[in-house]
Design a protein around this ligand. Structure first.
Ligand code: AMP
Length: 228
C-alpha cells in the first residue's frame, strides 16, 4: 500500500470523491493524487480559475456559485470531458466535486466506458452536519498553492499565512453561512441520489470522514490498494 507523500504507480482508473461540501474531499484528493502521481481534478477549482480569469465560462458560473447553486450540467460536462481527455489522465485521476447530478454521472459512465476498461471507484465521505459547518466556516485556502487550513482544527503557524509558501490565506466567498445553507441543500437535492446510484453498481465505498485527516488518508489509500 502506498503511503501518503510517497509516489505510487498504477491507479489506472477514475476515482470519484463523493460527499457534501466540507467533507474533506479537496484535502484528501490533494494527498491521494500526490501519492499516486495522478491529476487531481476539482471542478470547483476549475470554475474558480475561470472566474478569476474572467473567461465567458467564468462569467456565467460566477453568480451561480455565489448563490451556492450548481452550474448547469452542459457547462460542467464539456469542461470535464476536455480535461480528462488529456494525456496526463491516462493512468487515472481523482475527481473531486464531480459528478454532482445524475445526468453528470451517466455521462461520466459513458466517457469512462470508452476510455477505461475498469469501473470507477467511488469514495463516499461520511460527515455529520455540525462538523460540515465547522469545516466550511473555518476553511481558509492559500491563494498561491491552494493548501487548505481550518482556523479551528488546522490553523496555520502564522495567522493568515500559508505554512508552505507564505501565501495569503483567503476565505471562499461561498463559505459564508447563508451560502453554505444553500450549498448543503443543493447537495441533498441533487447530489445525494448518487450514493444510491453508485451503491447499486457495487462501486461505492464509505469512509468515515469525521476521523483525523491523516487517518482518513490512510483509510482511502488502503481502500484503493484493494483488488480492482
Ligand atoms: P466546490 O469547490 O466543489 O465546493 O464547488 C464550488 C461551486 O462550483 C459549487 O457550489 C458549484 O456552484 C460549482 N460546481 C463545482 N463542481 C460542480 C459540478 N460538478 N456541477 C455543478 N456545479 C459545480
Amino acid at each position: 500500500m502506498p503511503e501518503a507523500g510517497v509516489a505510487a504507480k498504477g491507479l489506472g482508473r477514475a476515482v470519484i470523491f463523493l460527499g457534501p461540501p466540507g467533507a474533506g474531499k479537496g484535502t484528501q484528493a490533494r494527498q491521494i493524487a500526490e501519492s499516486y502521481s495522478v491529476p487531481h481534478l476539482s471542478t470547483g477549482d476549475m470554475f474558480r480559475e475561470h472566474v478569476s480569469r474572467g473567461t465567458p465560462l467564468g462569467l456565467r458560473a460566477k453568480p451561480i456559485m455565489e448563490r451556492g447553486e450548481l452550474v448547469p450540467d452542459d457547462l460542467v460536462l464539456s469542461m470535464v470531458e476536455e480535461r480528462i481527455s488529456r494525456p496526463d489522465c491516462a493512468d487515472g485521476f481523482i475527481l473531486d466535486g464531480f459528478p454532482r447530478t445524475l445526468p453528470q454521472a451517466e455521462k461520466l459512465d459513458e466517457i469512462l466506458r470508452k476510455r477505461f476498461k475498469t469501473q470507477p471507484v467511488v469514495v463516499h465521505f461520511v460527515v455529520d452536519e455540525k462538523q460540515l459547518m465547522r469545516r466550511l466556516t473555518g476553511r481558509r485556502t492559500c491563494a498561491m498553492g491552494g493548501e487548505i487550513y481550518n482556523i479551528y482544527d488546522h490553523p496555520p503557524k502564522v495567522p493568515g499565512r500559508c505554512d508552505r509558501d507564505g501565501g495569503e490565506l483567503m476565505q471562499r466567498p461561498d463559505d459564508r453561512e447563508e451560502v453554505i445553507a444553500e450549498r448543503l441543500a443543493a447537495y441533498e437535492r441533487q447530489t445525494r441520489p448518487l450514493v444510491d446510484y453508485y451503491c447499486g453498481r457495487g462501486v461505492l465505498k464509505d469512509v468515515d470522514g469525521m476521523a483525523a485527516p491523516a487517518a482518513v488518508t490512510k483509510n482511502v489509500l488502503q481502500l484503493l490498494a484493494q483488488k480492482k
